[in-house]
Every structure is written in C-alpha cells, then in structure tokens.
Write a protein that binds this ligand. Sequence first.
Ligand SMILES: Cc1cc2nc3c(=O)[nH]c(=O)nc-3n(C[C@H](O)[C@H](O)[C@H](O)COP(=O)(O)OP(=O)(O)OC[C@H]3O[C@@H](n4cnc5c(N)ncnc54)[C@H](O)[C@@H]3O)c2cc1C
Length: 450
Amino acid sequence: MENEIYDIIIIGSGLGGLAAATLLSRKGFKTLVVERKGRLGGRFSTVEYKGFKLPTGAIIIPDSWTIKLLKDLRIDMSYLRPVSRVYYRINGEDYEVNVDIGLPMVLDLIDKLEKEKEQKDGRKIKPVNLKNIINGYLRGKRGIKREEIFTVHDWLLQFTENEKVHEVIDNLCAALMMAHSWELPVLKFFKFKEIKKFYVSSKGNISVANELAGVVKENGDVWANCPVKKIAIKNGKATGVVVEKDGKEIEVKSKVVVSDTGPKMTVDLAGQKNFDDKYLEDLRVRLRPSPSLLVFVASDRPLVLEGINDGIEIMMGGRRIRTVVPISNICPELAPSDQHLLYSSVEPISCIHPVDAKCEIQQIKRDLNEMFHDFKKHGRILKIKACFSENQCPEGWTWLGYGLPLETPIPNLYNVGDACVALGLIGTTGSVESGYRMADIIENKLNNKK
Ligand SMILES: Cc1cc2nc3c(=O)[nH]c(=O)nc-3n(C[C@H](O)[C@H](O)[C@H](O)COP(=O)(O)OP(=O)(O)OC[C@H]3O[C@@H](n4cnc5c(N)ncnc54)[C@H](O)[C@@H]3O)c2cc1C
C-alpha cells in the first residue's frame, strides 16, 4: 500500500471532500478519502445518543447543490423529507409565512402586529416604514454599492429603529450567514442566494455520507479512523500524505492532495514555512469561524408545531434561541417511539469575540423555560454541544461572502469545504459547490498532463 499512487487524496470526509471525491471517482480518477474519525460526514453526520439519532452539525439540507449532487450521482433520495413551511412565533402566537414571499411577508406581518399593538396599548411605537425597507433591500440586491461600508444593522437604521424588524434581520444573518447583523457588511448580505425548500434525512445525515462514500469506492478507497499527520511536500510541491493506519504511520503518494479540514489545519499539516506571507495574511483576514451551540431538547410531547410534519419555526423575542427544528415531527425515526426531539443551532452574542460558554448556556436555559410552556413539565435538555473552532467544529469556517480560494500557494495542494464557499453560498450548499469547482479544476489539471 505504501507506494500505491492515487490520482487524488482527499483529507476529510466532510460534504465538500465527499462531493469532490465522488465526482472525480465517477470521472475515472483513482481517489482516496482519509478520515480521522470512525464515522464519515464531519459536520454532516449522525451520532447515536440515548436512543436518539443526533446530527453532528447540519440538520436542514437546502434544495440546492447537495440535492443536485445526489441527483447527478443517481443516489436514492426517498428517505429525505421535504420541509417547505416556515412559521414565526411572535408574542406567543404562531404565524405561517409564505416562503415564496419570504422577508417582505415577515416585515408586513410585523408592521400589522405593531400597528395593532399601538392601537391596543395607546402607546406610540417606532414606525416600521416597510416600503422604504423593501425598496432599499431590492436596490441593494440590484447591486447598488453606496452602502458598501455599512453593516447590515447600520443599513437598516436608515429605515427603522423598530426592534422587531432588527430582530428579524439579525435572525436571518445569524442563522444563514454566520454573523450577526451588526457584524456582517450589508454588501455581503445582498449577495445571499435564498432557498425556499429544504430536506431532513430520516436516516440521519450519516446515511447520505455513507452513500457518497459508496460512490468513491467504485473507483477508489475510503479509510476511516486514519488521521493524516502530515502533507508531504517535496521540491515545493504536494506529493501525498503521511497517515496513521492500524497504529502505523505510512506515506501514501498522489498527484494531487485536497484538504477538507479547513485551511488552518491544512497549513499545520503542510508546514507554515511552505506558505507565503500573503496567503497567511489572507487566512487571518478572511477566515471567520462562526461559533454555535447545538441544543437538543427531548420531550414526551411536541413543544412546537404539533401535528405539522414539514415545518420549522422562528422564535421571536428570546435571548438566544431563534430557529427551532422539530426534528421528530418531520422524521419520527430519529427519536425513540415515545419521545420528541427539538433542534436549535444557537449563535452566541458575538460571532467574532471569544464565547463565554457558561453564560450562553444560562441564556439558552432561560429561553427554554420562557418560550416553551410545556418545557418544565414535559421536556429536558438532552445535550448542548459547543461547536467552536477550537474543537474543529464551527458552524462555518467563514461568513457569507468571505470564502477563500481553493488553490493554495503550494502546487498540487488545494482546500475544499465551507471555508471556500462561493459568493452568496453558505453551509452544506457552499461546501458541495466547492467540491464541484474542485473536481473541475483537478480534471482539467490531470487531463492536461496526460
Ligand atoms: C451546529 C451546526 C449547524 C449547522 N447547520 C446547518 C444547516 O442546517 N444547514 C446547512 O446547510 N449547513 C449547516 N451547517 C454547516 C455544515 O454542516 C457545514 O458547512 C458542512 O457540513 C461542512 O462541510 P466541510 O466539507 O467543510 O467539512 P467538515 O464537515 O468540516 O468535515 C471535515 C472532515 O475532516 C476530518 N479531518 C479533520 N482533520 C483531519 C485529519 N488530520 N485527517 C483526516 N481527517 C481529518 C474531520 O474529522 C471531518 O470529518 C451547520 C454546522 C454546524 C456545526
């Protein structure tokens, strides 16, 4: 095995790595995926916990590049359940929002509720000025650059101070763009590509990862439990990896090495001295790992959206909890038969500053007690998982619009995954799309050498 030459070695079996590996394998290139853990999929995987099947990161699969990949590879998708309804809980009431109208409809709803409240309470409320916001938003989407230097929050202040409107927009930024509205430049916000339909895997995301690994194995190998210790660099070029396999370190050679581990780890594995200052500076500026606390709540009755099996809910007015996915409403298979499971990926107060995990957990607990009337009686926290860059598991390696190039300064060495998202994309969608670009670059490179 030591001298076997693969066309491509991919370090890490995250979605970006697996997307590139499957596409290259189907194009006829001999591909090896090496994964340090025993399970595949990285932040798109599943762990068994007290009878529940818990996601390691992503739960919602947007109807975009991941679905395209499964279709292109002709992988069975019958176990993916559609999620097409979005609800807002405002002042304790649930309102369904037509996803085709999206943001304008939410703002319109808030406008109406605020006016009702104003009449009822006889108290003046800061006006929403809906028309101006929508026009400003559409102008921004058309690419007007006047607002370039503003954060989303500052841009919105031009139109309204209304706290609820600011909360809606911040929810959107934190949940979908990896940074708060007071952190993200508005120009990046305007580039976001909206997706209106989603899926949840009823067998857990690990099934999707395993199906993808099956495709790689048609023309290559997938090694789990094999941490890469080093990317071999000879005469300034990447020539393979040193990997621990069955307790021994071996060198495996390849024409190209692709790292799905995040660019910082790539630099560590290949040796910082091999990268130029400009590249390292780019990493410092553009890598913005977004922290998250993954909250799983178990209960003996549904805590939200009872009887609705294709919806998610956005909770307004809380401290930390925003979007909640009632996983077991959509896929009862992921919880024991008499139990329900709620998922929320919670952004801390800042996506830049170090997280005070203890304080964040306190705020989450307060939210749970106040937001869900049945929580005290029927629910319990199953698990809270810290998804921070320190444990190699941020919600995203960078924010919307900050993706790094796939190429590195070292010939034959590339990055893939959500640090390399294209403009407007994020999460699983961005990771898979980076895998498509990666496969094209490598195909051209290796075919031109033949
Ligand atoms: C809490 C949370 C919630 C999220 N929610 C959503 C969501 O609902 N929808 C969505 O679209 N996206 C979501 N995301 C983002 C999504 O999960 C990621 O963008 C995507 O899965 C990242 O894929 P990746 O290709 O970058 O690789 P990763 O998933 O980061 O995989 C990298 C792999 O490399 C392996 N590795 C690392 N070092 C080595 C080494 N030395 N040797 C061998 N292997 C190594 C790791 O073990 C891992 O398996 C969420 C993420 C988190 C954390």
